[in-house]
Design a binder for this molecule. Structure first.
Ligand code: MN
Ligand code: MN
Length: 358
């Protein structure tokens, strides 16, 4: 006799993973709290203007970006969902200059949760996909007795215990890695559960799709300009033997998810637009979690010059150049970075006897 089978939920998946691997102790409870926050954010986003969260909040965040009401709400939801669970010793948010540390009446937990509560919020007023991104690091032994030290969190991305994102699109999904492949969970609103919908997702090695903000072309470094020129020249003249398509959603989570599901390459490289900034995207709660997911799915993530997951952060809100996706393309972009100079004035055309001597 057959029985009616119910699909595996996120909670069941997490508690099973934790039972199999003692190193993940407490991770299931932590991610349950994250999932609660994401469900509330999904609900708010899906109500659009009816939720009264359109427009600006009237303040700038620590990065000097205008906060939207939805940024503030998502940040509050993330912090309130994760503050009582005794799973964390610090919460690090894109929207907060300093970490949230549990007050004396809340026991500290062994994890540090870093997050971008709402990614792509400039898209929220136009009903395009937005998301949340999160990263989990482990506190050192003895964390209960010690007070939180920022050094605990300034760890390279390859030390992440968990990386994930939620995407609030046509469907709300959560994508997770606990270091053993990439799994997708789709929110079933009728039962209020994330359902395990894709397991061990793999990114195709080859692709014909690239994503870049082409309005910055005049600020690009020579390796990036060379790469995009070759893509645009196409099959006949580009030297790559194929024609490329371009995609640009301007929402990192949405770009990452497209690449996870069907391949592609994304570039937000370091450029000369604002010389002080080493890139646009934030290393600790945007690039690192996406990079871990992409690598776990067989893709690559790089600054162009080194593996993202090996970069040792200097501060929580550090920015960096970010290139990720199908391994064949990322490897090729890295090769161009090794072969070409970072600045035009390093090119032979600008040297002592060059054409453009200054
Ligand atoms: Mn973001
Ligand atoms: Mn954000």
């Amino acid at each position: 006799m057959s029985i009616n089978v119910i699909p595996v939920t996120l909670s069941q998946f997490l508690f099973h993973a934790e039972a199999k691997n003692p190193a993940l102790k407490g991770v299931a409870g932590l991610l349950e709290d994250v999932a609660v926050a994401c469900k509330h954010i999904a609900h708010a986003c899906s109500r659009g203007n009816l939720a009264g969260i359109g427009g600006l909040a009237g303040a700038d965040n620590v990065q000097g970006e205008a906060q939207k009401k939805i940024d503030v709400l998502a940040n509050d939801l993330f912090i309130s969902a994760n503050r009582w669970g005794e799973r964390v010793c610090a919460l690090v948010s894109e929207e907060e200059e300093n970490p949230w540390i549990p007050p004396a009446n809340i026991r500290k937990g062994p994890y540090i949760l870093l997050f971008d509560p709402l990614d792509g919020s400039s898209n929220s007023d136009v009903n395009v996909s937005v998301g949340s991104i999160f990263s989990v690091l482990r506190a050192p032994e003895g964390y209960q007795e010690l007070s939180f030290d920022t050094k605990w969190a300034l760890r390279p991305g390859h030390e992440q215990v968990v990386a994930g994102y939620a995407l609030y699109g046509q469907a709300t999904i959560m994508v997770l890695t606990l270091g053993d492949g990439v799994h997708v969970f789709t929110l079933d609103r009728d039962v209020g559960e994330f359902i395990h919908s894709h397991e061990h997702v793999r990114i195709p090695e080859a692709t014909q799709e690239f994503a870049i903000n082409a309005s910055n072309a005049r600020f690009w470094e020579p390796p990036v300009r060379q790469y995009i020129d070759e893509c645009l020249l196409g099959k006949e003249a580009g030297g790559r033997g194929k024609d490329f398509n371009m995609r640009w959603i301007a929402s990192l989570v949405a770009e990452a998810h497209r690449i996870l599901m069907r391949g592609g390459v994304f570039l937000y490289p370091r450029d000369h637009k604002v010389p002080k900034k080493a890139g646009r995207l934030r290393l600790m709660y945007e690039c690192n979690p996406i990079a871990m997911i992409i690598e776990q799915a067989g893709g690559m993530a790089s600054t162009g010059r080194e593996r993202i997951l090996d970069v040792v952060p200097e501060e929580f809100h550090q920015r960096i150049g970010f290139i990720f996706g199908s391994s064949e393309e990322v490897r090729y972009v890295e090769k161009l970075h090794r072969e070409l100079p970072a600045h035009d004035h390093a090119s032979p055309l600008f040297q002592a006897r060059g054409l453009f001597q200054k």
